[in-house]
Design a binder for this molecule. Structure first.
Ligand SMILES: NC(=O)c1ccc[n+]([C@@H]2O[C@H](COP(=O)([O-])OP(=O)(O)OC[C@H]3O[C@@H](n4cnc5c(N)ncnc54)[C@H](OP(=O)(O)O)[C@@H]3O)[C@@H](O)[C@H]2O)c1
Length: 432
C-alpha cells in the first residue's frame, strides 16, 4: 500500500507518520511531501518504508501522487497575510488535481476542524471550510473529513514563559473555567493513520465526523497540568476578548489578525461554536438542530459532487447567500432520547414531499441516530424556502435541481417498499 501525506511538515502530519510507522505493516510505503527537505525529522529519515519527497502544495508542478492508494490532505496555516480562504481553495485544488491525475487513489482523508461546516464567523477555520468544499468534489471512491477539536498542544506555544523563574502562560480562552472540546495531536495521528489504512470505503461521501478528547477542558485544567509538569505553581494570564486584537498583533501580520480574533471568540460565550453542551456529558437539545443543519449542508453539497460541471457551482451556492440559496423557514424537533457525550450520531435526511417544477420550498425530514444506543435520538421536520439573494425575494428551484430531487424521491419510495416487504417477512418468520 502506498500512502501520501501532503504536506508532511505540520505537527499533525508528523503525528500521523509516527503512528503509521508504529502501527502499519512494513509493506505500507509512506510518501511524505516537504517543501524543504531539511525539515524531515531525523526519527523518520532512516525508516525503509518512509520516503521524503520535495513538494509544495502551493506549487502544482511539484505534486506527483502516482501510485498512491490513500492521500492525507492537510491545509497548512498561512501566516503571510492575504485572502486566507482563497489561498486554502488554491492549495486544496492543487491537491485535488494531483489526486485525480494519479488515477490510483481510492481514499482521501482530510484533516479538518470543528466549525468547518460554517462559512462565516469562525476566522481561520474558514480555511478548513474552503478545503472541505473543494475536496468534497474529488473524483475518488472514498472521502473522509475528520473535524478535529482545539489541539491540546496549542497550550505549549508559550514555552518560554513556562521556563521563566515565575512560570506562567497566556490563555486566549476566557473566563478561565470556560470549557472547550480539545484533542491531543497524538490521538489525531493515530485516528488519521487508521483512516488511511482502512480498506472498505467510508459509509458516505464525504464521511464527516468530529474528533474530541474524552471530555471538554478549561484553561484551569491546562494550568494544573503545567504545574504538575514543571513541579511548581504555574500562573495563567487571561487575555480578555477586548485584548485579543493587540495580543495577536504581536505575532501575526495585520491582514490576518482579525481572522485569529474571530476564531478565538467563536469558541467563547456568545460565539458560533460556544457552549455546545450544558455540561460535558449531556448534549444540549439545541445542538440536535445543529446536527441536522450540518447534515443538511452535507446532503445538498453532495449533489454538487456528482453534478455536471456546469451545474456544480449552482448546487454548491445553494448553501451560500450568493445567488439562489436555501433558507430554513421552520424546524420542528421531536426529542426521543438524551444523547450523552461521548457518542457518535448519524443524521439521515429524506424528502418528505416530491418537489414539483416551480416549487419554491423543500420539505425534509431527518432522523438523528445515536450509535451508542442504536436508537433514534430525534426526528426533525424542516421547511426550507428557496430564496434569490440578488433579487431579495422567494424564487423557484432550478429545473435541473428539481429533476435530481424527484429522482431521489422516487428512489426513496422504491427502497421504502422493499424495506417494508423485508420487515414483513422478518415479522412473519419470528411469528410477530
Ligand atoms: N490548532 C488547532 O487547534 C486546530 C484545530 C483543528 C484543526 N486545525 C487544523 O489543523 C491543520 C494543521 O495544523 P497544524 O497545527 O498541524 O499545522 P502547523 O504544524 O502549524 O503547520 C505549520 C507548517 O506548515 C507548513 N507549511 C506551510 N505552508 C506550506 C505549504 N505551502 N506547503 C507545505 N507545507 C507548508 C510549514 O512547514 P515548513 O515551513 O517546514 O515547510 C509549517 O511548519 C490546519 O488546517 C488547522 O486549521 C487546527
Amino acid at each position: 500500500m502506498h500512502v501520501t501525506i501532503a504536506p508532511a511538515s505540520t505537527r499533525t502530519a508528523a503525528a500521523v507518520i509516527r503512528s503509521l510507522l508504529a502501527e502499519a505493516p512494513d509493506s505500507v510505503d509512506i510518501h511524505a511531501l516537504y517543501r524543504n527537505l531539511a525539515r524531515v525529522p531525523k526519527e523518520f529519515a532512516d525508516k525503509p518504508n518512509f520516503h521524503a519527497l520535495q513538494g509544495d502544495v502551493a506549487d502544482p508542478t511539484t505534486l506527483d501522487f502516482t501510485g498512491s492508494d490513500a492521500v492525507l490532505a492537510i491545509t497548512p496555516p498561512t501566516f503571510e497575510g492575504g485572502d486566507i480562504v482563497k489561498q486554502a481553495e488554491i492549495l486544496s485544488k492543487n491537491v485535488k488535481d494531483a489526486i485525480e491525475a494519479a488515477g490510483s487513489v481510492k481514499r482521501l482523508v482530510l484533516l479538518s476542524s470543528i466549525g468547518a461546516q460554517l462559512r462565516e464567523g469562525v476566522g481561520e477555520i474558514k480555511t478548513n471550510n474552503a478545503a472541505e468544499r473543494v475536496l468534497a468534489t474529488t473524483n475518488v471512491p472514498s472521502i473522509t473529513f475528520v473535524r478535529c477539536a482545539y489541539f491540546m498542544e496549542n497550550w505549549t506555544m508559550g514555552m518560554d514563559t513556562l521556563k521563566a523563574p515565575e512560570p506562567f502562560f497566556f490563555s486566549t480562552i476566557t473566563p478561565l473555567d470556560w470549557k472547550v472540546p480539545m484533542v491531543a495531536v497524538a490521538d489525531i495521528g493515530s485516528t488519521l493513520a487508521a483512516e488511511l489504512l482502512k480498506e472498505e470505503p467510508a459509509p458516505s461521501k464525504p464521511h464527516v465526523y468530529e474528533l474530541h478528547g474524552p471530555r471538554r477542558y478549561t484553561p484551569l485544567d491546562g494550568q494544573a497540568a503545567f504545574s504538575k509538569a514543571v513541579g511548581k505553581q504555574v500562573a495563567v494570564k487571561p487575555v480578555e476578548k477586548s485584548e485579543l486584537h493587540s495580543f495577536y498583533s504581536q505575532v501575526f501580520p495585520p491582514e490576518i489578525v482579525g481572522e485569529w480574533v474571530e476564531m478565538s471568540t467563536s469558541f467563547l460565550e456568545g460565539g458560533v461554536m460556544a457552549a455546545d453542551k450544558v455540561d460535558y456529558r449531556h448534549v444540549n437539545n439545541v445542538i440536535y438542530n445543529r446536527f441536522a443543519e450540518s447534515a443538511r449542508v452535507n446532503w445538498i453539497t453532495s449533489y454538487a459532487a456528482t453534478a455536471e460541471p456546469a451545474q456544480r457551482q449552482q448546487w454548491d451556492e445553494l448553501m451560500t447567500p450568493r445567488s439562489i440559496g436555501l433558507i430554513l423557514r421552520s424546524i420542528k424537533t421531536d426529542y426521543k432520547l438524551p444523547i450523552t457525550y461521548p457518542d457518535q450520531v448519524t443524521v439521515i435526511h429524506k424528502l418528505s414531499v416530491k418537489p414539483d417544477y416551480g416549487a419554491d420550498s423543500v420539505i425534509l425530514e431527518a432522523v438523528i441516530l445515536s450509535e451508542q444506543h442504536k436508537r433514534i435520538a430525534a426526528r426533525c421536520f424542516e421547511d426550507i424556502a428557496v430564496y434569490d439573494y440578488q433579487a431579495a425575494k422567494r424564487a423557484p428551484l432550478k429545473d435541473f435541481m428539481v429533476d435530481e430531487l424527484r429522482k431521489v424521491y422516487d428512489l426513496q419510495e422504491k427502497n421504502k417498499a422493499e424495506m417494508d416487504k423485508l420487515a414483513a417477512a422478518i415479522e412473519e418468520a419470528v411469528g410477530a
